[in-house]
Write a protein that binds this ligand. Structure first.
Ligand code: ADP
Ligand code: MG
Length: 407
């Protein structure tokens, strides 16, 4: 079976060698589609606060409907412990119905005879949505009996859930053992952008990495270093690199256990790694902290680094100026606090202004930053998968992709 554990490193893991819905007959068939409808919701009234993942699923859904299929859609939502109305996919069915302009039947369950009967009664053009696949613990265990139950619902399996492709679960992977399994358009698009950049980038190829910790992104740095021309480092992870170079970091977030690793990476990537030269620092970790700008040699003991400074923004803008491929993962500072969002927003705008460059945003917080800067539509591609894009950039094979049929 194709559900690897995701640990093998591959360098050509694009959808190019996986079959897509274009290469399979769906007319008159019941097609079981794994989507990533794991959308953010308002905690009080469960209102969907960002429906991008639903909108991104529409090309696949519309194509299949136009080609005469009946659709059984499935997804997880959040992390329910068993069946829990709070995690019901009903709000998704309602939103999807609006976006599609046709009815979406909501199933009362995920598996079982009643759901099978409902699926079998579907006619071409009909759409039904299963309840949250994580209502069953068997889903995350990739239980074969559960996967087989899911497979009873359709005649063809389509995986369009890039955001869940790094998980070897029953609905993302196990079910592919029992049905012809192909990729949807969103899956294909994600893999083409991310895979294309890693395998065959137009150069200069510049990566911008930030976020809280090096620990989260060691694999990404190691995998990207031989492929890119530059890695611009910002965010909390820069602090550990700075300390490794004996710069002062005051009371900033640092990973003491990663200092040796930072030194090794600096040695390997000497000419490629670009570190900040100034900072915006704060007297404490708070939105209303006192802030000041200092050069990298002047961080006082009790202060903490919360953003890159203006000279660093300029330096990074210069590095990006001629880039033909740019990948960004991880904000440049604590952008949740407006006082310390300037570096992150400047990078978002710098990427948006590149006219002859493939710009790819991976990572949930980076995608949110690009949205809040109002430039998401200026990017070539904003990934729908935080964890999945990270694992892909680490060079890992994604189990949900591996399980699909080769071309
Ligand atoms: P992404 O979701 O894009 O992959 P991460 O989750 O790795 O990004 O990192 C985002 C987090 O990093 C944000 O919550 C941000 O506040 C934090 N962060 C960025 N810079 C710093 C810093 N200098 N100190 C502490 N936290 C930081
Ligand atoms: Mg994040």
């Amino acid at each position: 079976m194709g559900c690897g554990n995701g640990s093998s490193r591959v360098f050509f893991a694009t959808a190019m060698n996986k079959k897509t819905i274009r290469e399979i007959e769906v007319k008159g068939k019941r097609v079981l589609v794994r989507c990533d409808f794991n959308v953010p919701q308002d905690k009080q009234d469960l209102h969907i606060t960002d429906d991008r993942r639903i909108r991104e699923a529409l090309p696949t859904i519309n194509y299949l409907l136009e080609h005469g299929a009946a659709l059984i859609l499935m997804s997880h939502l959040g992390r329910p412990k068993g069946k829990d109305e709070k995690y019901s996919l009903k709000p998704v069915a309602a939103r999807l119905q609006e976006l599609l302009g046709r009815p979406v039947q909501m199933a009362n369950d995920v598996i079982g005879d009643a759901v099978v009967a409902q699926a079998q009664a579907l006619k071409p053009g009909d759409v039904m949505l299963l309840e949250n696949v994580r209502f069953y613990p068997e889903e995350e265990k990739n239980d074969p009996a559960f996967a087989r139950e899911l497979a009873r619902l359709g005649e063809v399996y389509v995986n369009d859930a890039f955001g869940s492709a790094h998980r070897a679960h029953a609905s993302t992977c196990g079910v592919a053992a029992y049905l012809p399994a192909v990729a949807g358009f969103l899956m294909e698009k994600e893999l083409n952008y991310l895979g294309g950049a890693l395998e065959n980038p137009r150069r200069p190829f510049v990566a911008i990495l930030g976020g809280a910790k090096i620990g989260d992104k060691i694999g990404v740095i190691e995998n990207l270093l031989p492929k890119v021309d530059r890695i611009l480092i910002g965010g909390g992870m820069a602090n550990t690199f700075m300390l490794a170079k004996s710069y002062p970091v005051g009371a900033s977030l640092v990973e003491a256990d990663k200092l040796d690793l930072a030194r090794a990476l600096l040695q390997n990537g000497a000419t490629k790694l670009v570190l900040p030269i100034d900072w915006v620092i704060a007297d404490r970790f708070a939105a209303d902290a006192q802030a000041q700008t200092v050069t990298a040699t002047n961080v006082p003991n009790d202060w903490r680094i919360l953003d890159i400074g203006p000279a660093t923004i300029q330096l990074f803008e210069q590095e990006l100026q001629n880039a033909k491929t740019a990948i960004w993962n991880g904000p440049m500072g604590v952008f949740e606090f407006p006082k310390f969002a300037r570096g992150t927003l400047a990078i978002a705008r710098a990427l948006a202004n590149l006219t002859d460059c493939v710009t790819i945003i991976g990572g949930g917080d980076s995608a949110a930053a690009v949205e809040s800067a109002g430039v998401a539509d200026k990017m070539s591609h904003v990934s729908t998968g935080g964890g999945a894009s990270l694992e892909f950039m680490e060079g890992r094979a994604l189990p949900g992709v591996q399980a699909l049929q080769d071309k």
